[in-house]
Design a protein around this ligand. Structure first.
Ligand SMILES: Nc1ncnc2c1ncn2[C@@H]1O[C@H](COP(=O)(O)OP(=O)(O)OP(=O)(O)O)[C@@H](O)[C@H]1O
Length: 292
């Protein structure tokens, strides 16, 4: 017993417990918020895939360090500085946009913006699913081309920014109106977030997948393109054939029937959405969105 007591008193005498003042608490909060927002930013841009790649490289370097693989460590050491410069060049557009936002935004709201309209536990309502299905097949029947991207966990802000803000409740009439030929909003993609059409005329990345059928033009390639880099669910209505297709995870399901599309949307709708914390800062957003 005395041995234990000695061990603990010895251990405690060596333990350094720093005094924490209120400035330390403020510093911890600021660093936590900044880090959190950097991680959210990484997740919402293509930096997410890159971060996963970096983690794998770091694990590999760690492995080389443990086994003392000198040549690999030397190469890793030499490439690190080049790698950092390469990262800045690759992410120059994203970094510029992030800095621009920082300068433009209402800072506090920007910092605590944890994703709009996602506190309900459901991605979108059953009515929204019905409206999207109705719009897709009504447009298909009259050969109106359409591209509807449904946002899931990954926020598609960088694509929303390429289009024109709409912010309207999803209805079949709104979607049909947007894609009506020779109207200002008909070109490009519509992005749906929750129960709202957030933007139209959005420009999506084109897929360069050489396995895609040569019959498919840029509308379909754009639908597949966005699904390669994000977890979005995209509905494509062909202007040429009226067929409705769906792109998810880099693959396309062509000419899907109405019931299958409704079932897929129903599945998406019910996938649980993280209820984010810090609701206190989101009161403003909720008040703006009573009509959801
Ligand atoms: N990168 C893009 N992002 C968003 N929309 C795009 C993009 N590229 C093309 N589009 C849309 O696709 C339309 C052109 O479709 P195109 O005829 O080339 O495609 P398609 O796949 O053959 O489809 P369809 O069967 O409807 O003809 C454009 O008018 C535009 O609305």
């Amino acid at each position: 017993m005395t041995a234990w007591n000695n061990f603990f008193s010895d251990y405690l005498s060596k333990l350094y417990i720093p005094r924490i003042g209120w400035t330390d608490v403020i510093e911890i909060i600021i660093i936590a918020v900044v880090l959190y927002n950097i991680l959210v930013w990484i997740k919402n841009t293509k930096a997410w895939a890159l971060l996963k790649g970096i983690i794998i490289v770091v694990l590999f370097a760690l492995f080389a360090y443990i086994l003392n693989l000198k040549t690999i460590l030397w190469i890793a050491g030499k490439t690190i500085s080049v790698g950092i410069i390469a990262l800045v060049i690759i992410f120059q557009p994203e970094l510029r946009r992030a800095l621009e936002q920082l300068g433009r935004k209402k800072l506090v709201v920007g910092l605590f913006n944890f994703g709009e309209g996602r506190e309900k536990g459901e991605r979108f309502s059953s009515k929204t699913a019905d409206e999207i299905v109705r719009a897709a097949y009504e447009m298909g029947a009259v050969r109106t081309g359409a591209l509807i991207v449904i946002e899931q966990d990954m926020v598609l802000e960088e694509y929303v920014r390429t289009g024109i803000e709409v912010d309207g409740v999803v209805t079949s009439q709104l979607l049909i109106n947007i894609f009506e030929h020779n109207t200002p909003l008909h070109d490009g993609a519509v992005i749906v977030r929750g129960n709202r059409v957030v933007a139209a005329t959005c420009y999506l990345p084109l897929s360069d997948n050489s396995n895609l059928s040569k019959e498919l033009g840029t509308r379909h390639r754009a639908g597949v393109g966005i699904s390669e880099g994000t977890d979005s669910f995209t509905i494509i209505v062909s202007e040429e054939t009226g067929a409705v297709s769906v792109a998810v995870g880099g693959s396309i399901i062509r000419d899907i029937d109405r019931d299958s599309l409704r079932n897929k949307l129903e599945y998406l709708r019910k996938k649980t959405v993280d209820v984010k914390s810090f609701k206190i800062w989101r009161g403003r957003l909720k008040n703006e969105r009573k009509d959801i």
